[in-house]
Design a binder for this molecule. Structure first.
Ligand SMILES: [Zn+2]
Length: 400
């Protein structure tokens, strides 16, 4: 057992907080939560105690959209193509650990080279390495010459779709990813606004995934693709950019349906959101990024992801991506809820992670100050990161 106490304990939702609170850990889990005085008083003297008088204890953060297979360099596709399996897994481990040091204790990998993230997860478990919890989709479903075809998930006919979904499940994936529209990364593939699958095919993906017990994440920039994905009943819509062939095409009835059915939107934007503000000016930037406020106002549940691995989208600055929401006027408490409670629910893990409560896994951060009043920037250099009760990071930045 171990007792950690802090000036503030954010239980998640962040507005539910304890002043001068305490969390008692038992192995990988949280055993009890309460006031410092009370827990301290009732515990035998030999139980180790760790007190953080000017700090906040909060649940570990969740990055809902990463690609551990990509290196964030100018041409991640070329780098990946030239990498053998061994060096790929080593590089992926290093990226996963960077993410952990930045306060992220769970990542969802939304597309790798034929299940590499699942093999990484097995290696982490075998060797007992410090790393965030990894949920992974393996190779995303896409069309011939479509977005990210080179990851190995090309499907062409209905039978292909069914087989690929079953293969993904057999690999041990936690979800199915489908490239419902075009994207940015792949030369000579459909434009971002254009659908890659018909509404019927998307329904088939969801139907087969449901059959094998997996949720579906749909990459969708185009409004047609978003609408088809929502109608098919996916769990999360990635990017959700509302693009038409001639610019923004926000469809209120679709967003309302997302709200009604609890379909999550993940912006999947990195700290590079600032570049758009600099390049296009604050007004235009607010128009584009403002889709997030618009969806939130309509009740669409938002989760936090960065597309880490894409050019310039680094693994070690999750907070830089979250600051977009601060810029849009979301309160820090709301943003923390998105990155913990809401994201955990979207993963189907709402009863295990994302909160500080008895029985939950001990994925915890200790940060100086209070992010609710001092801003999200205080999350940038955590004093401590614990993953399943193990200290992964200490104040001097060393792995513990
Ligand atoms: Zn992505």
């Amino acid at each position: 057992m171990k007792l950690i106490t802090a000036q503030h304990v954010l239980l998640g939702p962040a507005e539910h907080a304890l002043h001068d609170g305490a969390v008692l850990l038992d192995g990988t889990r949280i055993h009890a939560v309460g006031s410092r005085q009370e827990l301290d008083h009732h515990l035998p003297a030999e139980v180790p105690r760790e007190h953080h008088p000017h700090a906040t204890l909060l649940p570990g953060l969740i990055n809902m959209h990463v690609h551990l297979s990509f290196d964030s360099g100018p041409d991640p596709v070329a780098t990946l193509r030239d990498q053998d399996e061994d060096s790929l897994l080593s590089a992926m481990l290093e990226r996963a650990q960077q993410t952990l040091r930045a306060g992220v204790t769970t990542v969802r990998d939304l597309g790798d080279r034929d299940g590499a993230a699942l093999r990484l997860r097995a290696r982490i478990a075998d060797e007992g390495l410090a790393a965030p919890r990894i949920l992974a989709a393996a190779a995303p479903l896409t069309v011939p010459h479509g977005h990210c075809w080179f990851l190995g998930g090309v499907v062409e006919h209905e039978r292909d779709i069914r087989e690929r979904v079953h293969r993904t499940a057999a690999q041990g994936a936690d979800l199915v990813k489908v490239m419902a529209s075009g994207g940015q990364l792949t030369p000579d593939s459909p434009p971002m606004w254009q659908s890659q699958f018909t509404p019927h095919e998307l329904s088939l993906v969801v139907e087969e995934a449901t059959r094998v017990g997996l949720p579906v994440a749909a990459h969708a920039h185009g409004s047609d693709a978003i609408e088809a994905a929502v109608r098919a009943g996916v769990t999360t819509v990635e990017h959700c950019t509302w693009m038409g062939p001639h610019g923004q095409d926000r469809r209120r009835h679709v967003a309302e349906r997302m709200a009604e059915h609890g379909i999550y939107a993940c912006a999947a934007s990195s700290r590079n959101w600032r570049a758009l503000v600099d390049r296009a000016g604050p007004e235009r930037a607010r128009q584009i990024h403002g889709r997030l406020s618009w969806m939130a106002d309509l009740g669409v549940p938002l989760v936090t992801g960065t597309d880490a691995g894409l050019p310039g989208s680094v693994f070690d600055d999750f907070v830089g991506a979250l600051e977009l929401y601060e810029y849009l006027g979301f309160t820090p408490a709301t943003i923390l809820d998105m990155a913990t409670v809401t994201s955990a629910a979207a993963l189907g893990l709402g009863d295990r992670i994302g909160r500080i409560a008895a029985g939950y896994e001990a994925d915890l951060l200790v940060v100086d100050g209070d992010p609710r009043t001092d801003g999200l920037a205080v999350l940038r250099h955590p004093r401590r990161v614990l993953t399943r009760g193990n200290t992964a990071v200490t104040a001097d930045g060393q792995d513990g």
